[in-house]
Ligand binder design. Sequence first.
Ligand SMILES: Nc1ncnc2c1ncn2[C@@H]1O[C@H](COP(=O)(O)OP(=O)(O)OP(=O)(O)O)[C@@H](O)[C@H]1O
Ligand SMILES: [Mg+2]
Length: 236
Amino acid sequence: MCITASELTKRFNGITALNGISFRIGCGEAAALLGPNGAGKTTTLRIFAGLLKPDSGSAYVCSFDVQRQPREAKACLGYLPEDAVPFLNLTVRENLEYVAVLRGLSDSVVDDAIRLLGLEDLADRTAGSLSRGNRQRLAIALAIMHRPRVLLLDEPLNYLDIPTQESVIRLFRELNASGSTLFVSTHIMSIAERLTSRVIMISKGVIVWQGTMDELKDNAASAGERIEEVVARLMK
Ligand SMILES: Nc1ncnc2c1ncn2[C@@H]1O[C@H](COP(=O)(O)OP(=O)(O)OP(=O)(O)O)[C@@H](O)[C@H]1O
Ligand SMILES: [Mg+2]
């Protein structure tokens, strides 16, 4: 397994954001964490990224316990935060170079990342001067540049225009095909469908359904419903 949640619980000032969630995602899989606003998606990903401590339960990345083996777990990860803010006073290229140095990567990785996200014309602009969508492209470049074994993506298509969404979907699929495990949070079923083959559905901090995308489609077909209707019913 590359991602495991075991009875994860997290409360914020009396609000239960996660209530004992458990799931496992195999290495090389692409899975979606699908749920409405406030369901606990970002909270879950932040725990896996080592940015938030659960009140109880455990999270494992690449078989490393994120609490007990934080260095090993972090080295295995790429993380796209929900509201990613790069260093705003640095240029696009300088942001990528900075992270490349921290991760011990070669200069060619920076050029590759610029090319993969179509950032050539923006490479010398400061991140603070970019539009929100272009800043998201930089954040994706920063998350994927080291070709992580596990990629945590929180609403990855936010702010992106349609052509960029298409090229980014292609990029994530290629990364998955070459071995990266994808864990994608979204509230949009069609995004889950295009990027992943497994769904973990979360609502009010509880897993309400999990299975393969094909099983979800079969459920919809046998109930005579559209897949969106099944999802809406399960997430109520
Ligand atoms: N730092 C915090 N302080 C207080 N409450 C928080 C904090 N972070 C999250 N919460 C609460 O935890 C719950 C889950 O929030 P979370 O951000 O994980 O939801 P989400 O599924 O990512 O939603 P969205 O689709 O809106 O991004 C919500 O009730 C939210 O208000
Ligand atoms: Mg969120």
